[in-house]
Design a protein around this ligand. Structure first.
Ligand code: NAD
Ligand code: WQD
Length: 348
């Protein structure tokens, strides 16, 4: 019998790629998403890519803060596990509206955990973030590093991690995997699904992509005086399809072992500077990305990359793709969909 997986936030960037891998892996998937930062068109595309397996996908439009809707969903379907992506993710917005972030991310997750418990579904994979490491004392970051998020968004991730540890400690029937993603980029190789941020992108690669298709005149490069090989910040970029596969590996771990509550980094273990990333994108796309140098962005850290040993050893998962493939797939998605899931008229 195929397993039933509930995917919260499954219409979003990482969620849509993971849902596709789940369908292709033979799982039944139900998505719950309020579409606050996503489009149902992404789900139509996922269905096309999943072809015959698309009938194993259904979608409920609801907010995780609506406990009744959650309860109704769990009463109608018996889920074997939940992958929990739903959340707001803009660092800058979280500084302006911290209450919104606590309400949406923390209250939403508390509701989910409570309803799961009531209905006896006690297996969870949660989307945490490398942002919980703050400015690490050294690299690579291992899972035991102290957590010191520097913004409300990161604080919500730490709070939820703590809550998950508590829930599992108080009720040993729970099995929970906390995944700390580094910097997800790229898109499905088909170019049919990818990241489509609303408004001005905060993150590097969505911004670069919009410059490449002519929607923005230049990239502002934040900081060229870091203590790195070319002065720009270093990050661990990971292909979104590798990341999606990491979730399948985590699910298998939940189903096959008595894991308790464990945390894993999902990264490549390799650090890349902003300049290296932009140069790689220019090379694969053939597009020039005009740069405007600026000072450091407030809250940015110098160098962050993952130790990948624990995930490799215990989840039997390792990222396969390098930055050239990330840039190629990002450009394929961008050139096929310059305005994301919409048209120029809808967006500008
Ligand atoms: P995304 O915004 O594309 O996807 C999140 C989805 O959750 C969206 O479809 C949104 O509509 C939905 N959502 C938000 N709040 C909701 C609510 N209250 N109820 C129902 N649905 C809700 O973001 P993403 O990049 O796919 O990220 C997925 C998860 O991974 C998030 O939790 C994010 O914090 C985490 N994460 C992302 C990154 C990154 O750089 N993309 C890095 C580390 C961690
Ligand atoms: C990468 C590098 C910037 C934009 C953020 C969140 C983190 C996680 C991933 C969710 C940095 C530089 C960027 C631009 C630039 N998300 N940059 N010009 O800051 O590592 O992490 O996204 O959990 O929580 O904090 O990613 O893509 O924003 O920046 O020069 O227009 O690119 O300064 O060095 P970051 P990013």
């Amino acid at each position: 019998m195929s397993k039933n997986i509930l995917v919260t936030g499954g219409a979003g960037y990482i969620g849509s790629h993971t849902v596709l891998q789940l369908l292709l892996g033979g799982y039944n998937v139900v998505i719950i998403d309020n579409l606050v930062n996503s489009s149902e068109i992404a789900l139509d595309r996922v269905k096309q890519l999943a072809s015959d397996l698309s009938h194993n996908l259904s979608f409920i439009k609801a907010d995780l803060r609506d406990k009744e809707a959650l309860d109704k969903l769990f009463s109608s379907t018996k889920f074997d596990a939940v992958i929990h992506f739903a959340g707001l993710k803009s660092v800058a917005e979280s500084v302006q509206k911290p209450e919104l972030y606590y309400d949406n991310n923390v209250t939403g997750t508390n509701n989910l955990l409570e309803v799961m418990s009531v209905h006896g579904c006690k297996m969870l994979v949660f989307s945490s973030s490398a942002t919980v490491y703050g400015w690490p004392e050294k690299v690579p970051c291992t899972e035991e590093f102290p957590l010191s998020p520097t913004n409300p968004y990161g604080q919500t991730k730490r709070d939820i991690e703590d809550r998950c540890r508590d829930v599992q400690r108080l009720d040993g029937e729970w099995k929970i995997i906390l995944l700390r993603y580094f910097n997800p980029v790229g898109a499905h190789p088909s170019g049919d699904i990818g990241e489509d941020p609303r408004g001005i992108p905060n993150n590097l690669m969505p911004y670069v992509q919009q410059v490449a298709v002519g929607r923005r005149p230049h990239l502002t490069m934040y900081g060229s005086d870091y203590n790195t090989k070319d002065g720009t910040g270093v990050r661990d970029y990971i292909h979104v399809v590798d990341l999606a596969d990491g979730h399948i590996a985590a699910l298998k771990k939940l189903f096959d072992t008595d894991i308790g509550c464990e945390v894993y980094n999902l990264g490549t273990g390799k650090g890349t500077t902003v300049l290296e990333m932009v140069t790689a994108f220019e090379k694969t796309s053939g597009k020039k990305i005009p740069l405007v140098m600026a000072g450091r962005r407030s809250g940015d850290v110098e160098v962050v990359y993952a130790s990948t040993e624990k995930a490799e050893l215990e989840l039997n998962w390792k990222a396969k793709y390098g930055i050239e493939k990330m840039c190629r797939d990002q450009w394929n998605w961008a050139s096929k969909n310059p305005y994301g899931y919409y048209s120029a008229d809808d967006k500008e």
